[in-house]
Write a protein that binds this ligand. Structure first.
Ligand SMILES: [Zn+2]
Length: 86
């Protein structure tokens, strides 16, 4: 047998616990959602940010002198007149 007072106290305790759980759940849900967004965002862009390691060798383009491509793939060779350097 529990008294009314005990039940009221218990009820209050349980309510507080439920509130704590709700709060933590909400926090966790928010965190998970932002994590998922980050993961999904990385998937949709196709290129998650890799830490840049230094390239083994830097080849300079024989056509325009820029790094990162060679004369065969040189963008300025295709676009003869324009100087588009990104
Ligand atoms: Zn080039």
């Amino acid at each position: 047998m529990t008294t009314l007072d005990e039940r009221i106290t218990r009820h209050r305790e349980l309510t507080q616990k439920r509130d704590e759980i709700d709060r933590e759940l909400q926090l966790l849900t928010d965190e998970l959602q932002s994590d998922l967004k980050a993961v999904l965002g990385g998937l949709t862009t196709g290129k998650p940010q890799k830490p840049m390691t230094k390239p083994k060798s830097i080849r300079k383009c024989g056509t325009c002198g820029a790094e990162g491509h060679n004369a065969k793939t040189c963008p300025s060779a295709r676009k003869a007149s324009s100087e588009v350097i990104t």
